[in-house]
Design a protein around this ligand. Structure first.
Ligand SMILES: Nc1ncnc2c1ncn2[C@@H]1O[C@H](COP(=O)(O)OP(=O)(O)OP(=O)(O)O)[C@@H](O)[C@H]1O
Ligand SMILES: [Mg+2]
Length: 263
């Protein structure tokens, strides 16, 4: 793992006033690995994503991507370096079409700017047409049905398709690390399974991508993760295979009487 790891944190910590939301957390992920991140409500999962994507600056510790510290870097720079995410609460533009939402993700990769729109229209036209092809191929790798819905406003789609579009938008940034924050929230077990199959497919098509996935459902975690890390009150309390973590006493106690995972 040591040589193959693409991302790692070192004693990552953040406090909000007196509350220690993330407490000296060390996690790492190898290239092509899917890491499940679990923990009861308020255990610090989303906060870790917010730190990794530059929304919050940690109070202590550091985090590294492809050998380089990203501490203090702004979100757009972190995104350009190859880390993309989805949000627990959807951030899609509901009035825009499926295709346009995916285009928004691509804008991070675009090479040509306003000046080209005026002086080099040919370059811009080529880039737009390539982006369009890429968006369609992304939609079809993810789920073929989405191609037929490319012109439909996202607001008219069911929850599961919105989640798919959101993941496609993140994928459009061509990330090497993808952070998924409860992608299956609000779905039926059947829908969750379908979404996980799609994510697996995307992951298998581009073995290079590493994924950290936050999920509350252990069936989902089991179906997709190579390894699992469990948090409680901002601390890492267990790490290992799905079986090891789900049998861990501290993990079982953390979930006792709390809304969340069925272990
Ligand atoms: N900006 C903030 N200001 C103050 N407290 C915050 C802030 N962001 C997060 N917290 C607190 O940090 C703790 C961890 O929150 P976080 O959202 O990371 O939990 P989570 O594990 O994602 O929970 P859930 O499963 O409910 O999504 C919580 O107590 C939360 O209230
Ligand atoms: Mg959360």
């Amino acid at each position: 793992m040591e040589n193959n790891r693409i991302f790692w944190t070192k004693d990552l910590s953040i406090s909000f006033g007196g509350l220690v939301a993330v407490d000296h957390v060390n996690i790492d992920i190898a290239r092509g690995e899917v890491l499940g991140l679990i923990g009861p409500n308020g255990s610090g999962k989303t906060t870790i994503f917010n730190i990794i994507t530059g929304i919050y600056t940690p109070t202590d510790g550091d985090f590294f991507f492809e050998g380089e510290s990203l501490l203090g870097k702004p979100p757009y720079e972190i995104a350009r370096k190859g880390i993309a995410r989805t949000f627990q609460i959807s951030r899609l533009c509901l009035d825009l079409s499926v295709l346009d939402n995916v285009f928004i993700g691509m804008h991070y990769r675009q090479k040509h700017w306003l000046i080209d729109a005026v002086f080099r229209r040919d370059l811009l036209a080529r880039e737009v047409s390539e982006a369009r092809d890429r968006a369609f191929s992304l939609l079809s790798v993810f789920n073929k049905e989405l191609v037929g819905l490319a012109g439909v406003p996202v607001g008219a789609l069911p929850q599961i398709d919105r989640r798919r579009v959101e993941i496609c938008r993140a994928m459009a940034m061509e990330p090497r690390l993808l952070l998924l924050d409860e992608p299956s929230a609000g779905m039926t077990l059947e829908e969750m399974t379908e979404l996980m199959e799609d994510i697996r497919k995307v992951q298998e098509e581009s073995k290079e991508i590493s994924i950290i996935i936050v999920e509350h459902d252990m069936t989902v975690i089991r179906s997709i993760s190579d390894r699992v890390v469990a948090l409680n009150y901002g601390r890492k309390i267990a790490e290992g295979t799905c079986e090891e973590v789900s049998h861990n006493t501290e993990v079982r106690e953390a979930y006792l009487g709390k809304r969340g995972i069925k272990i």
